[in-house]
Design a protein around this ligand. Structure first.
Ligand SMILES: *Cc1c(COP(=O)(O)O)cnc(C)c1O
Length: 376
């Protein structure tokens, strides 16, 4: 018998992916000038009700361009969570600006607006909000804060495409919002990302930044340093097909998450991200588990035993304020206890779209058995 293995994530392609890819090949439009790129941009701009969408080669590229588009520079400060992926701080550091880290809330794992406000100084230029795992940052109140202090709000929506606050899509709140289409995201293009904005000047700058800052009139003439962060028509073809199934994907993600939640919510040793917070209903991009403070369980042992049962897991983010890559560039001293606790004591269980109800039953039952064994 084949040994059981449940990967932490696996994309599914049960729409028009192959048909659209074939079209790219047969028409020879595989580069970034193909029709699927603009079609994909239009679909997401319509979905989020943003005027402009700029497709790029990754979610990291989208963040790099977002910061470069508002000309973050040396001497500026940008406020962002420490509990997120490293892509969020790279361009801040590259540009010579200073990242200012905020701790996350212990229960929701997202940042609190009040914590952000405490960190605003006269050097602050922008705030990066990142919706974590399945719940939203309180964007309406963050926007109020942004207006009060005249700060740009960047919204990283990579993990929660489809999530809503007051019936309004996440990804529509930021002055600039970003998306990732990495393999484990709600829409995948293999690799890919997008920038969303209502501001024409920003959109135009983003388009130039993704394309080496080519001049619109003089070919091979470059006013600024850009990147080649273009998305290919092949990636976009997959994206358009995936977009057609987005609503189904979200329903499935939510049903997997809710089923896990029902199964695991009453276990003493662990804490889960809540089913909702003050502004959103968990979309369960991943299903995170956090060991409680009073728990004596060793997380590495626990994850090893799960893997032995064929259940793959992933640890939570490592804090940005503790990254060696940061320390090589800046001397900053931080203590962010919630972020540090989460990083050391959290991991997530499989939640790919091919997961069946029987898989979740198996995972939960093995997980409970292992917890019971480790508690004794
Ligand atoms: C996945 C992710 C990214 C990075 O996206 P890539 O496409 O892998 O570069 C950025 N921000 C967040 C919050 C993410 O989850």
């Amino acid at each position: 018998m084949k040994k059981k293995f449940i990967p932490v994530n696996e994309p599914i392609f049960n729409g028009n992916e192959i048909k659209y890819l074939k079209n790219c090949i047969s028409t020879k439009w595989i580069g970034s000038d193909g029709k699927y790129v603009t079609d994909f941009e239009k679909k997401l701009s319509k979905y989020t009700k943003k005027k402009y969408a700029v497709a790029v080669s990754s979610g990291t590229a989208a963040l790099d361009i977002a910061f470069a588009s508002i000309q973050i520079k040396k001497g500026d400060e940008v406020i962002l969570p420490s509990f997120t992926i490293v892509s969020c701080m790279n361009q801040i550091i590259r540009s010579g600006a200073t990242p200012v880290f905020v701790d996350c809330n212990f229960d929701t794992w997202n940042v609190d607006i009040s914590e952000i406000e405490k960190k605003i100084t006269n050097k602050t230029k922008a705030i990066l909000a990142v919706h974590i795992y399945g719940l939203a940052v309180d964007m309406p109140n963050l926007l109020k804060l942004g207006r009060k202090y005249k700060l740009k709000i960047i919204e990283d929506t990579s993990e929660v495409l489809g999530l809503e606050i007051n019936k309004k899509k996440c990804g529509s709140f930021g002055d600039i919002s970003t998306l990732s289409f990495y393999t484990n995201k709600h829409i995948t293009t293999g690799e890919g990302g997008m920038i969303l904005t209502d501001n024409l000047q920003i959109a135009e700058r983003c388009k130039k930044l993704r394309n080496l800052f080519f001049d619109n009139k003089r070919r091979f003439y470059h006013e600024e340093i850009g990147w080649n962060y273009r998305m290919s028509n092949l990636n976009a073809a997959v994206g358009v097909a995936q977009f057609e199934n987005l609503n189904k994907t979200i329903t499935l993600k939510r049903s997997i998450g809710n089923y896990y939640y029902k199964n695991l919510k009453n276990i003493n040793e662990i804490q889960l991200q809540p089913i909702k917070n003050n502004c959103s209903e968990n979309i369960f991009w991943v299903f995170g588990v956090l060991l409680k403070k009073k728990s004596k369980i060793n997380i590495n042992k626990l994850r090893k035993l799960l893997l032995k049962k064929g259940i793959q897991t992933r640890p939570f983010f490592w804090p940005l304020h503790k990254q060696p890559s940061l320390k090589k560039n800046l001397k900053l001293k931080y203590s962010l206890p919630n972020t540090e606790y989460l990083s050391n004591n959290g991991f997530y269980l499989p939640s790919g779209l091919s997961l069946r109800k029987s898989d979740v039953d198996y995972i939960c039952s093995e997980f409970k058995k292992i917890l019971f064994k480790l508690c004794k």
